[in-house]
Design a protein around this ligand. Structure first.
Ligand SMILES: [Zn+2]
Length: 162
């Protein structure tokens, strides 16, 4: 994706109040992000780790979505799959994120939940740029996985916007 400015990112959010956008902290190392290897920008808030953000370049517009994850402290075992990129992880490296829906539905308390790589680095995993601890069952080439990620991400974004 193309590099974004902090202003463009802050203006893109569809499910956040102005004060939430103001309180948001940009990703650590923002000036050195590997934009050319990213399908979307995703990060955990460095100052509020239960909060996370996705900024997705779409045909219509740049769409930012704020997410929340509940840290359960319960030990969990086994492996889990990211719903967006289908990367397999230790189950503790996949998190259930909830996005408040945009508009009236969100104000009424409706959310959309999905499992995503806990560090939201789906793009880097697909390109082999971040190490994986779990053997992957997936054998399709990275460019196909990137296309599939785009479709799944668009489905998630439309559910938040619907
Ligand atoms: Zn992922």
């Amino acid at each position: 994706m193309q590099a974004l400015s902090a202003d463009e990112i802050r203006r893109s959010f569809v499910n956040s109040t102005k004060s939430q956008v103001k309180a948001m902290t940009l990703p650590t190392g923002f000036d050195e992000l590997p934009w050319e290897s990213l399908d979307f920008l995703g990060w955990r808030d460095p100052k509020a780790p239960a909060r996370a953000y996705l900024v997705v370049p779409r045909e219509e517009a740049l769409t930012g979505i704020a997410l929340n994850t509940a840290a359960t402290g319960k030990p969990r075992r086994g492996t889990g799959l990211c719903d967006i990129c289908h990367t397999a992880h230790q189950v503790t490296d996949v998190a259930l994120f909830a996005a408040r829906r945009a508009g009236a539905a969100g104000r009424a308390g409706n959310t959309v939940g999905t499992y995503i790589c806990a560090d939201l680095a789906c793009s880097l995993y697909l390109r082999g740029l971040r190490e994986l601890e779990v053997p992957q069952g997936e054998t399709v080439p990275p460019q196909v996985r990137v296309q599939r990620l785009a479709v799944r991400l668009e489905t998630f974004v439309s559910r938040v916007l619907a």
